[in-house]
Ligand binder design. Structure first.
Ligand SMILES: O=C[C@H](O)COP(=O)(O)O
Length: 254
């Protein structure tokens, strides 16, 4: 059975003090959970704060984004190498907000995935369709294209370290979720597509759902066979709601 991964994406929220206090409180609330991997992706400013505050717990840390070069004249960027040097385990790559607001392309997402893997940082690759694409029956074509592009050049061994997050764009921060069955269906499509290129790894790769995951709907979502966790935005900002999501997932996986 794949171990579910519940990961918070704080986006552009929280200063250092707030980050430290949230993790301190979260640690207490999820102590003893060993059947769910738990993570937080804060801003670059708070990465080491979260890492240090989480010490002694099973909470892992991830960045929200990277650039694919190791170092150099790339103002405003951080690299996978820097994350590895600070023992940061994960990085989100290709979140729809990066793609839509900052114009990140599938080509760039792939370069970032390759760079992260080369430094032992695990990428959480986000894919998902817009509402227009959903209405035009293009969900499958869109997500499979995004996944194929992101994984280009990745070996079967390396691919096991990748987490995919299926996040329908229309469900992010809107309070709307894909129904649990629909999220499960699309994630099944993604896994079947991965199986074509990576027959031995497809059943090992974790595929999360993201988009308005909250304490009140997490059980239904996590009960689905294909869904291996969640990438949580808004509800990951408070220790109460995020721990509730983790604890309910842990209960389902008992
Ligand atoms: O990365 C997380 C997603 O964008 C979901 O955000 P949300 O839970 O606030 O809808």
């Amino acid at each position: 059975m794949r171990k579910p991964f519940i990961c918070g994406n704080w986006k552009m929220n929280k200063n250092v003090e707030e980050a430290e206090s949230m993790i301190t409180s979260l640690k207490d609330k999820v102590e003893g959970v060993d059947n769910v991997e738990m993570g937080i992706c804060p801003t670059a400013l708070c990465l080491t704060t979260v890492k240090d505050a989480a010490a002694g717990s099973d909470i892992v840390t991830g960045a929200e984004n990277i650039y694919w070069k190791d170092s150099g004249a790339y103002t405003g960027e951080i690299s996978a190498k820097m994350l590895a040097d600070s023992e940061i385990e994960y990085t989100i790559v290709g979140h729809s907000e990066r793609r839509e607001i900052f114009g990140e392309s599938d080509y760039e997402v792939n370069k970032k995935v390759i760079s992260a893997l080369s430094h032992g940082v695990k990428p959480i690759v986000c894919v998902g369709e817009t509402l227009e694409e959903r209405k035009a029956d293009q969900i499958e074509a869109k997500v499979n294209f995004q996944v194929d592009s992101a994984l280009a050049g990745v070996s079967e061994k390396e691919v096991e370290d990748i987490v995919i997050a299926y996040e329908p764009i229309w469900a992010i921060g809107t309070g709307e979720t894909a129904s649990a069955e629909e999220a499960n269906r699309v994630i099944g499509i993604i896994r079947d597509n991965i199986r074509k290129e990576y027959p031995n790894a497809a059943d090992k790769i974790r595929i999360q759902y993201g988009g308005s995951v909250k304490p009140h709907n997490v059980e239904e979502i996590m009960a689905q066979e294909e869904i291996d966790g969640a990438l949580v935005g808004g509800a990951s900002l408070e220790a109460d709601s995020f721990s509730e999501i983790i604890l309910k997932t842990a209960e389902i996986y008992k």
